[in-house]
Ligand binder design. Sequence first.
Ligand code: NAD
Length: 535
Amino acid sequence: MEKKGIEVLKDPRQNKSTAFTVEEKERLELRGLLPYFVSSQEIQKQRVIENIRRKESNIEKYIFLSALQDRNERLFYRTVMDFLPELLPIIYTPTVGEACQKFSHIYRADKGFYITPEDKGSIAEVLANWPDKDVRIIVVTDGSRILGLGDLGCNGIGIPIGKLSLYVAGGGIDPEHCMPIMLDVGTDNEALLDDLLYVGYPHKRPPQEEYDEIIDEFIYAVQKQFPKALIQFEDFITPNAYRILEKYQDKVLCFNDDIQGTAAVALAGIYSSMKITGGQFKNQTIMFLGAGSAATGIGDLIVHALMAEGHTEEEALRQLWFVDINGLLVNENPGIMPHNERYVQDHPILPFIEAIHSIKPNILIGVSGAGGTFTKEVIEAMCEVNERPVIFALSNPTSKAECTASEAYTWSSGKAVFASGSPFKPVTLDDKVFVPGQGNNAYIFPGIGLAAMAVEAKYLPDSVFLVAAASLAREVNPSDLESGNVYPKMSNLRTISFEIAIDVANHLFDLGLTRIEKPLNVRTLIKSKMYDPTY
Ligand code: NAD
């Protein structure tokens, strides 16, 4: 039954606030509940952005936008879509990190979905309480490693909420298909356990066996309640992230954004950097600082990409070098983790700078979470062994970046092809303006989610991320490259996601991994699935 009167205004999906027409006010029994003047959505959007810009802190902007999402969902998405480069750092990193840290203290509206160990045995029934029945994208975290901020327990729910806002704004997924989930199994963060206002399950995290049982029940409960849903794992600690991905990747529709999404965005940056350096991708020697989940996730996809260019797995593996906290990843390194094993090289152990001199990498990728580790000496060493070194400082937030954009360009006298994980402003050097690219995962996951939803994918093999990386690299235009930017403009995200979705959908059809027949026109299929918040 159609809602009437105040119920219309309380429903964020139906509410248009001051944009209801005279006829709608009459029909929906809204006369008297709204002021006289009928605004267009355009005017409302201007009012919203004016309000946001007046707020002094980013967290206030976040709270304002979050409240708008709860009040008038279409206006929220219209505004986010039209001001994406300005609002992305508010609804996602870095502000979302601060919002998570303060989540229990700024808690207002009930958002997201929470599963705790007390739901064991009945997770499927609990999932049925979610009001939308055709869930297609789930972003789930257990809060154990939120961005670079560590264990934030239940407060990590801001991450799934933020990522899903990007799925809608950047990928055109209808919000009614989206479900943010917190697997609140507890937290080992003592400060949270001692916080009177903490809203999560106030216990320590369970031992691995019990944890795995909860994950397993959750995965199969999703298959029961929402059989077409894609599950995106987000911000799990590295060993759990790998174990879960390996266990379910080719059984259910899922992926891990920290591992696979990061890999695709980094590979796209490498592909486009070849257009600047003139190098050939298959001949590149690549060194990573850090050998955690982001590093080996990128490594695994590069191996895949090199094999697609004709290398054997062994040849591909030998082109990748990792330096972790104890130095070069070689047999004598005492810190080798299971996910590192395939990358262990036969070479004397060396500290970072000496490893650069000895191995002579063409590409250096920082994923260490250790700020300032790409020193002047490091950048100069990369310049000694390359005409145009490729240097990506991907660690977040900004304070953790291995070097800043300005340092990379200045210390390399403008030779470095630089990209970062956190945004940096353009840098002017000898009258030339360099625009550093930001390797943001938001370039990749919305397009993949859109494709998975449109074709009703069975599961996502790694090759999907190769296809997405190549697709993203194609979206970088010559003027971006001219300024040194290896990524396309974020303001084009919807078009970028659309193009990625078409390529990924075609790939899934080719592999027979869809639950629908291939239509005559895949572009039209994808377009028809895209949500438009305009009213
Ligand atoms: P992780 O904790 O799994 O791995 C970090 C690794 O770096 C660990 O193996 C650690 O031992 C090593 N390390 C720490 N200090 C070091 C040092 N001084 N020298 C050498 N190695 C050192 O974390 P992760 O998930 O792999 O993420 C790493 C970083 O990458 C984070 O800062 C994260 O924000 C960033 N990241 C960026 C993107 C992106 O830009 N799109 C995506 C994912 C992760």
